[in-house]
Design a protein. Structure first.
Length: 438
């Protein structure tokens, strides 16, 4: 009697390599855009010659308008039903995102009012429209493209490794190219467009190759009601923990005080690109993330990372232009940013699961939009902090040498201010009970 071959059941935790890299393509494009947008403030103050306080006010005003847009984005995604799926169609937002990024860094030679209007409109389209819709769709897309939470964790942890490697290319090269080409408005325009075109093409790979194959709605086509979203805000306290972490980390990223610190304290913005190469060393940490997530709660991991950030930024104040000390501070602050950056998407999914545990709908899109609102608002507040503080200290854009007051403020924005933010994050994590235990 011939032996029958037993067919193995497919492993639900398997993550195909090709699908993994296709998924990361879009995330890489978005992360690269965030890096480029981080230099908007110094572009406005030093190239467009706009007062720093005005720049901060304009960017903050744009972010304050995001509230309605963010909530609308989540509602829109949660109620999207197309032949491409729920979250996948919003991948095409990358097209508008990069077009308006190029236009933003190609501001015409208008008067101050004209420049202000141009910057606000382009910035709003990038951050409040295209980035908002893209971000709100990420978790709904992911849970329908991959099998389970074990795969999601692999995507975030191993994806973090690949993402760090890829974005390091941009974070290292962009400041160096700035030093060479971004010496005029035309140079800025050519530089950003040179990055935008290939990054857009790479980003669209995911839309064309990764399909939504899992039905998470279980036949439920009922639309999400506004009252249900309000109920979630009242009953799911972990939403506020998520919002607090996102807001703080994005405030620090929105500040991007390094662009001023390395221009005026170190004296060479290109050296910041050299420092970015150290992010590659941090990849080893990402390999142990899946194990850490199994052993410790997310609040514990983020709380521990906040200590690294606090110490790292205090070291920055003592560094001056010493690249060795700055490298130590950079490694510590980069380690601190890893946990919040890569665990927040898992927090969103845990919040959605907790919604189900409470008897409510999952509402991944709404949760993602709330997280996106924290991202945009935090980024705007960070930009405003830099603008207002530099303006108050007498900063003069493009000056060869800044006043002692302005120099001290630049040092503080790269040390004391973010250190205080990490202290606040640590307090939030200490006061928050673990969602993992729930």
């Amino acid at each position: 009697m011939s032996k029958e071959k037993v067919k193995k059941a497919p492993n639900p935790d398997r993550l195909p390599v090709g699908k993994f890299f296709a998924w990361r393509a879009s995330a890489f494009s978005m992360a690269a855009n965030f890096i480029v947008m981080g230099y908007l403030t110094i572009y406005c103050t030093d190239t467009l010659k706009m007062p720093p306080a005005l720049v901060g006010a304009l960017l903050l005003a744009s972010k304050l308008l995001d509230g309605v847009g963010e909530l609308f984005a989540g509602y829109l995604v949660d109620n999207t039903k197309t032949r491409f799926g729920k979250g996948r169609p919003y991948e095409l937002c990358l097209i508008g995102l990069w077009i308006f990024t190029g236009l933003l860094f190609s501001t015409p030679e208008f008067g101050m009012v004209g420049k202000s209007v141009w910057v606000v409109v382009c910035y709003t389209m990038v951050m409040s429209v295209f980035q908002t819709l893209f971000a709100a769709a990420q978790n709904p897309y992911m849970v329908r493209a991959f099998a389970n939470k074990n795969v999601f964790v692999k995507l975030q942890s191993y994806g973090g490794i690949v993402g760090t490697l890829l974005t390091a290319i941009v974070s290292i090269s962009f400041p160096m190219m700035m030093r060479r080409f971004a010496t005029s408005p035309k140079g800025w325009s050519m530089l950003v467009i040179a990055y935008a075109v290939p990054l857009l093409l790479i980003g669209l790979i995911r839309f064309f190759t990764v399909k939504e194959v899992y039905d998470r709605d279980q036949g439920n086509t009922e639309k999400i009601k506004l009252s249900e979203a309000i109920l979630m805000l009242r009953t799911n306290k972990y939403v506020w923990m998520l919002a607090g972490v996102t807001l703080i980390i994005q405030m620090m990223m929105g500040m991007n005080a390094a662009q001023y610190y390395f221009t005026y304290i170190v004296g060479d913005i290109g050296k910041y690109g050299t420092l970015q190469a150290l992010t590659i060393v941090l990849l080893l940490v990402m390999f142990v993330f899946p194990k850490f997530i199994k052993e410790f709660s997310i609040s514990t991991l983020i709380g521990a990372s906040a200590i690294f950030g606090l110490v790292g930024y205090l070291i920055n104040f003592l560094a001056g232009s010493n690249m060795t000390i700055l490298a130590i501070g950079f490694i510590l602050t980069s380690l601190a940013s890893l946990a919040p950056s890569y665990l927040v998407p898992i927090m969103v999914l845990d919040c959605a699961t907790y919604n189900e545990w409470l008897g409510n709908k999952r509402m991944e899109g709404t949760l993602s939009s709330l997280n996106g609102f924290g991202t945009n608002l935090g980024s705007g507040i960070g930009s405003a902090i830099v603008g207002f503080f530099l303006g108050a200290a007498g900063y003069v854009g493009g000056a060869a040498v800044q006043t002692p007051e302005a120099s001290f403020m630049i040092k503080s924005l790269y040390s004391f201010v973010p250190a205080a933010m990490y202290l606040l994050m640590f307090i939030i994590m200490r006061k928050s009970s673990s969602l993992k235990e729930r």
